[in-house]
Design a protein around this ligand. Structure first.
Ligand code: ADP
Ligand code: MG
Length: 507
């Protein structure tokens, strides 16, 4: 094939691929535009996980009739003029690409009025082809309607995940921006149902429940920190509230949600030694610093930034988190029980062996009798016969083996035994349930509730009797007998996490 310059509409679609990856990317760009326009009220309407309809309406500055056609052109922006401006950006947008990109892979309708003339105007764009401008009477503000996303790039459609996943991406985005901009009134309507609504009274904690659910939001620690020209605000989880992944760590820089592995690590590091291995904190931090200290032009979807003084931002974030953490949950370094890490640990009484129970004929440790097929069968099989000597700090079992001394984390061993029993019950296809006398009611955030709703059947197979009990609320009537001593709410949270990771527990 000879070299040729690609026609405009193909070039547009290629460029759109970088900006518009999924319905949530459209929501992101449109919301950013509304925020940049100084809106006080944003209404997001989604039908059919965003593929059928995404509409974002705002009461911001609006666009004049004669500028509307320009707004839909690639590299057309009102937010940037010179190269210098590029290093002093105080708006969320600046690339002038979003509307053109979205319009090239959907049917887009832009309706806007800047409140200065008598009327406003409307313009449609279909698959990148702009149509005629028409005058309409509308109040000040802008409404952008995106229908049939990816109708002309069916290959993209195939890359979309399940409806629940796409909806959760959209929700995750709106909920976080609502917290980031608490002075704005946010409304999110999904398939005709209002799923998020904020009052615009500036109180971030109020909005936090949309992200974490009522119970967890209450536990989050407020963080406020200023050092020179850096200010850090937000919420972090106490050490008792953790997740199995880094996913609940959210970082905003200058009002923009970004991904930053280094700052995420800074937050995790601040919890150093306070969390169990494999557990991560939750956090939503808003970092502010002068525009000249950040380069936002490093990623097409503006999802990453570069700091002029990366190391300094890293250490300030770590310090801010550490300080807030110590202020609210001081590390009780002098208590021996904590030294051994046994606080908050619930151990089955059967495992609370006392020293006098131990004699040379002491019982074999239970996992020696195991023959279950576990992830690491070799290690289990390789464990020699142990003689129990005693117990330290109600946490560690001390045992003697042919090759030396063994310290066994009693809590972990107990979990292992339960795990084996559960695996055995699963293969026998019978998991006994235990009915809870005082069934707890849990209210989850919208996205987590959706996940549980979709898994009620599987959960019942696993021994959980969970029923819907109002909007995003569930009542836990039964739990697997094997974990009857545990906290049912924690069990539910752990399950949601597993489902979020696309895992199919015990299948
Ligand atoms: P960018 O935001 O990078 O400038 P966009 O393609 O997202 O590029 O938007 C192009 C221009 O259209 C913006 O610079 C802005 O002037 C105008 N615009 C887009 N959305 C809105 C809105 N909701 N309210 C007011 N003006 C808007
Ligand atoms: Mg924009």
């Amino acid at each position: 094939m000879p070299i040729h310059i690609l026609p405009d509409h193909i070039a547009s679609q290629i460029a759109a691929g970088e900006v518009v990856e999924r319905p949530a990317s459209v929501v992101k760009e449109l919301i950013e535009n509304a925020i940049d326009a100084g809106a006080k009220h944003i209404v997001v309407t989604i039908n059919g996980c965003g593929q059928r309809l995404i509409e974002v309406a705002d009461d911001g500055a609006g666009i004049s009739e004669k500028e509307i056609p320009l707004a839909l052109v690639r590299h057309a922006t009102s937010k940037l003029e010179t190269t210098e401006d590029l290093f002093n950006i105080n708006t969320l947008g600046f690339r002038g690409e979003a509307l053109a990109s979205i319009g090239s892979v959907s049917r887009l309708t832009l309706t806007s009025s800047n409140g200065l003339g008598d009327t406003g105007a409307r313009m449609r764009m279909e698959g990148g082809r702009p149509e005629k401008l028409a005058q309409v009477g509308v109040p000040k503000g802008t409404v952008i309607r995106v229908e049939d996303l990816f109708y002309n790039v069916p290959a993209r459609l195939k890359f979309l995940k399940s409806e629940t996943t796409e909806k959760n991406h959209i929700y995750a985005f709106i909920a976080r921006y609502a917290i980031a901009y608490p002075d704005m009134r946010w409304e999110y309507i999904q398939d005709g149902r209002v799923v998020l609504q904020t009052s615009g009274n500036g109180d971030r904690r109020e909005i936090l429940t949309n992200l974490y659910g009522v119970d967890e939001a209450k536990q989050m620690i407020n963080l406020e920190f200023v050092e020179g020209d850096i200010s850090i605000n937000g919420f972090i989880s106490p050490i008792a509230l953790t997740r199995s992944s880094r996913r609940e760590i959210t970082i905003f820089v200058k009002g923009r949600w970004i991904q930053d592995a280094s700052l995420t690590a800074a937050i995790i590091k601040a919890y150093h030694t306070m969390l169990m291995v494999g557990r991560y904190p939750m956090a939503i931090l808003f970092i502010d610093l002068p525009a000249s200290a950040v380069d936002v032009n490093v990623h097409p979807a503006k999802a990453e930034v570069r700091f002029r003084e990366g190391a300094r931002v890293f250490s300030e974030v770590q310090r801010a988190v550490r300080r807030a953490l110590l202020a609210t949950s001081p590390v009780p370094m002098l208590q021996t029980s904590t030294l051994w890490g046994s606080q908050n640990r619930q151990i089955d009484p059967a495992w609370q062996m006392s020293r006098d129970q131990t004699d040379p004929e002491s019982p074999l440790l239970p996992f020696q009798n195991s023959n279950a097929d576990l992830q690491n069968p070799k290690r289990i099989a390789g464990l020699p016969l142990l003689r129990l000597i005693g117990q330290v700090a109600s946490t560690y079992l001390v045992a003697e083996g042919p090759d030396g001394l063994y310290l066994i984390d009693q809590h972990a061993a107990h979990e292992r035994v339960l795990f084996e029993q559960l695996i055995a019950q699963v293969s026998a296809k019978s998991i006994p349930s235990q009915t809870l006398i005082d069934p707890p009611v849990v209210q989850l955030s919208e996205d987590k509730a959706k996940i549980i709703e979709g898994q009620l059947e599987l959960l019942s197979k696993l021994g959980f009797g969970i029923e819907e009990f109002g909007l995003n609320t569930f009542i836990i009537r039964e739990i697997p007998a094997i974990i009857s001593k545990g906290n049912p709410m924690n069990a539910l949270t752990a399950l949601v996490e597993a489902f979020e990771e696309d895992e199919t527990p015990l299948q």
